[in-house]
Design a protein around this ligand. Structure first.
Ligand code: 8Y7
Length: 278
């Protein structure tokens, strides 16, 4: 299965699962262009994640949590671009930019971003063109509805088949726009317009996405599907998140997007030792 994997534009070996560390850019933290202490604290967080074993850092300037308010293009640029530039100056790590706006994609690619992570799968105005003009890989995430309302009664004919069909349609759109298949990473979008049962059904059936023969990225870290199942606050979801990460990796997930890099790398190392000694 892994032999068919090809994301040659991502300069990263995906033969074992890799960890993507989430950089928290708290609302307004860089909206003044990035104060020194805020930037330094972000860089310290990045350094910690690199030491802990993250191979990609994901920076987002727009909250995509259910019910979140929209962020203006200007604010998003001010939150993301200074920290992106500072990371690329100081560290040798791949940087992914979590955005759904073409202007932010263009600015990020110019500033040295290594990957675009779009929860809207390049469906917004200008996004296909922004990525097509570059040579960076892109993560196409599935979402039903929009962040503000997506958790209001999500419904599917068949969750897995509907998401596979969505991926096929977005892959075609990318290829038509000039984005080679080798640049595409897929993500079923845990928590983005899915009930608790649908999220766990997805986790149980992740291996079905291998039919598309593209790298799979998954993000479950600290999400409501863990919190609601276990009745845990966001800070108490580590054990649940690690369990989910391992279940995903066992089914072929190639990139695991997490807050807790050190613990996730440990868990994946245990899984790898099992795989290596079968
Ligand atoms: C995901 C994501 C978020 C995810 C990808 C959170 C930006 C919500 N979740 N990107 N972004 N996949 N590719 O709780 O699951 O982290 S934001």
């Amino acid at each position: 299965m892994l032999n068919h994997l090809n994301c040659s534009s991502l300069n990263l070996d995906l033969s074992t699962p890799q960890v993507m560390g989430i950089l928290n850019t708290t609302p307004d933290s860089f909206s003044d262009g990035g104060s020194y202490t805020q930037l330094e604290s972000a860089l310290a967080q990045v350094e910690r994640m690199i030491v802990d074993g993250a191979s990609i850092i994901d920076i987002g300037g727009e909250s995509t949590r259910p019910g979140a308010e929209d962020v203006s293009e200007e604010d998003e640029l001010a939150r993301v671009i200074p920290v992106l530039i500072a990371i690329k100056q100081r560290f040798d790590v791949l940087v992914s930019i979590d955005t759904s706006k073409a202007a932010v994609m263009n600015a990020a690619i110019t500033a040295g971003a290594d990957m675009i992570n779009d929860v809207a799968a390049l469906q917004n105005q200008g996004c296909l063109a922004a990525v097509a003009q570059s040579d960076v890989p892109v993560c196409l995430m599935h979402m039903q509805g929009l962040p503000r309302t997506m958790q209001n009664n999500p419904s599917y004919d068949h969750v897995i088949n509907d998401i596979v069909a969505f991926f096929q349609q977005r892959i075609e759109a990318c290829i038509s726009a000039g984005i080679a298949r080798e640049r595409i990473i897929l993500d079923p979008g845990f928590g983005f317009g899915k009930t608790l049962e649908q999220n766990f059904h997805l986790l149980a059936n992740l291996s079905k996405f291998s039919q598309l023969k593209l790298p799979l990225l998954i993000g479950i870290s600290r999400k409501s599907m863990i919190g609601n199942l276990l009745n845990r606050d966001v800070k108490q979801r580590l054990a649940g998140s690690l369990s989910a990460a391992i279940i995903a990796a066992q089914q072929g997930a190639n990139i695991i997007r997490v807050h807790d890099v050190e613990a996730t790398v440990d868990a994946l190392t245990v899984l790898q030792a099992v795989t290596d000694n079968q």
